[in-house]
Design a protein around this ligand. Sequence first.
Ligand code: MTE
Ligand code: MO
Length: 170
Amino acid sequence: MTALQTHDVPDEIDPSEWSLRVTGAVSHPLHIEQTELSQYPAETVSEDFECVQGWVAEGLSWRGIRVDSILKQAEPTVEDGYVLVHAMDGDYACSFLRDRAADALLAVGLDGEELPVEHGGPARLVPTDAESDCWESVKWVTALELTHSAPADEDTAEEIALGRLGQADK
Ligand SMILES: Nc1nc2c(c(=O)[nH]1)N[C@H]1C(S)=C(S)[C@@H](COP(=O)(O)O)O[C@H]1N2
Ligand SMILES: [Mo]
């Protein structure tokens, strides 16, 4: 398997409704439209992607914006803390230590093309450290919420992903 698997796009995903909010413990909450993304510096990262279900996609080339450059603009009011990354598919959200989120890429391109909606377009979080779990690669990212302490109940991604284990091929 050298490509990402293609999963059904949930009904609530409408790329034309997409925008990115940066909320929570920040001095300047942001609301970024898709057309404004080109104002941020972009870079390319090559990675393999491995799902806990046992499949691997090798040599993916992601193009996107370092989350750090977006967070800096929002001016976080806490030194460390967490970033809860929200998606457009319902309650799906994943929590990261602030430094890890800052190092991640907000990917808008894949393998030289615009990131397709079935793989999380307009924007997907791509952690750049080797130790990331598949559910941390949040598709359809719509908000970055800065928090002081670790979000508990709202950090749903792992539970949703593991809840699918043994069901479909996700
Ligand atoms: N918003 C959102 N992101 C998500 C998921 C999801 O259900 N919703 N599933 C995760 C899991 S478990 C995997 S393996 C990958 C699958 O990515 P793909 O559909 O591009 O193959 O997306 C991750 N990101
Ligand atoms: Mo997964």
